[in-house]
Design a protein around this ligand. Structure first.
Ligand code: HAM
Length: 419
């Protein structure tokens, strides 16, 4: 048998109920904050990510699934959604003289080393806001994330980490100073950091190697380069978060792996998932719209790693999350199957959201009840030759004290609806 591609998973029926519940909860919160869905293609011209995410990032350098189209264009499966989102809004003139609050939901692709919580195809729900320069929108997005964790019952398992990168200019000056400091120490850096030194030195700050972290103790601090305006933005955000009673931790080493960030950056992290601790990450990217050819537009957003949130949800609520509740219709004789299928249709219309399954393949009633039981259904409905338009025979499969009842259709619906 051909197997699934390494790092690309099947979400099987036993797990999809939880996925659906998690996604529905997050999307509900997004709608409550009046974010509107945007659906984006899964492939873009490679150039979009090279310019948007940054040539020297790990993502663009070594993680993209890139292929040549039949006419020779270089295309890539999207490794993230922010660059596509900017491309789409700009292409449709939706950033001109207006603000936007949008969200997207779907698979992203990165050629990373797979392990628990890290996949080559993974799912993100992202939120992005355009046209707002102040820290108020940064705070709104953090509040929105916090709301999601509360709704999902995982807020006590995540912590918010916060940092500022200052303006593009501040970041450039810091980069130069960091390079001056690190160049003489290059031989003492770990291998990854040596490679990053000339291309992406800021990433060295979040190296996990202890010896590298020791070397960084006397390095210049990013915060020293942030100008007064940038510091005020960051302070106002912290004040707002305190008013909103959202706990946070300042992490001066939080620099993020994508090039487009300016000012605020944040990550929601957990210690419950081993090394894949970030369940949601984002920040401000005021320079990206312009970098991709549009007019300068302030922007801020985040993306939730849904695979990781599902894992965390499972830890917090280990009991299985069922797919739709079910009713199983047993049919006493083959010649009345058509009638049973019609009756099932009436049930489906009367009970939206409840799965109604008709027994197929005939056989004795005893066998049918066994199947009904094994299907996980809560109720069986018995459709026999005597079943009239008005009466239904229903049997609770999980609670013997309720047992079998013959009820007028409307009563039966009320009864069945209570599952
Ligand atoms: P990111 O930090 O690359 O940011 O990804 C966001 C989240 O996606 C991560 O915190 C993690 O939960 C999840 N994630 C990333 N890679 C994987 C993987 N290989 N397997 C499973 N989950 C993964 C971005 O993508 C930015 N576009 C976020 C953003 C939106 N910034 C501003 N707006």
């Amino acid at each position: 048998m051909v197997k699934a591609v390494r790092g690309m998973r099947d979400i099987l029926p036993a797990d999809s109920g939880r996925w659906h519940a998690v996604e529905a909860e997050i999307i509900q919160v997004l709608r409550n904050y009046s974010y509107a869905e945007i659906r984006l293609p899964m492939m873009e011209y490679t150039d979009l990510f090279a310019r948007g995410v940054g040539e020297a990032t790990d993502i663009v350098e070594k993680e993209m699934y890139t292929l040549a189209d039949r006419d020779g264009d270089s295309l890539s499966l999207r490794p993230e959604g922010t660059a596509s989102c900017v491309r789409a809004l700009e292409e449709h003139g939706l950033l001109y003289n207006q603000t936007q609050r949008v969200f997207y939901n779907g698979p992203m692709f990165r050629y990373e080393k797979p392990q628990k919580g890290r996949y080559r195809q993974f799912s993100q729900i992202g939120a992005e806001a355009y046209g707002f320069a102040g820290p108020d929108l940064d705070a709104e997005l953090i509040q929105l994330g916090y709301d999601c964790w509360q709704q999902l019952g995982i807020s006590d398992r995540v912590q918010l980490q916060l940092n500022t990168l200052g303006s593009g200019a501040a970041r450039g000056a810091f980069r130069a100073a960091l390079l001056d400091y690190l160049r003489p120490l290059v031989n003492d850096l770990d291998e990854d950091s040596q490679r990053r030194l000339e291309t992406n030195p800021l990433r060295i700050l979040d190296s996990k190697v202890a010896a590298t972290q020791t070397l960084l103790e006397d390095a210049p601090q990013l915060l020293e380069f942030v100008d007064a305006e940038g510091l005020a933005h960051f302070q106002q955000l912290q004040d707002l978060l305190s008013q909103l009673k959202i706990p946070f931790e300042l992490n001066p080493n939080l620099v993020r792996g994508l090039d487009y960030y300016t000012h605020t950056v944040f990550e929601w992290v957990t210690t419950d998932l081993g090394s894949q601790g970030a369940i949601c990450a984002g920040g401000r990217y005021d320079g990206l719209v312009e970098r991709l050819g549009g007019r300068a537009t302030p922007a801020v957003g985040f993306a939730i790693g849904v695979d990781r949130v599902v894992l965390l949800h499972e830890l917090a609520r280990p009991q299985p999350v069922e797919n739709a509740a079910q009713i199983y219709v047993c049919v006493t004789a083959p010649e009345i199957l058509g009638g049973a299928m019609q009756m099932a249709q009436r049930l489906r219309q009367a009970l939206p959201g409840v799965g109604v399954r008709v027994h197929m393949g005939g056989g004795q009633l005893k066998k049918q009840f066994k199947r009904a039981d094994a299907s996980g259904a809560t109720w069986a409905v018995l459709f026999g030759a005597q079943t009239t338009e008005t009466d239904l025979v229903v049997k609770h499969l999980r609670d013997a004290s309720i047992g079998q009842q013959q009820l007028p259709f409307e009563h039966a619906i009320t009864q069945l609806g209570q599952i």
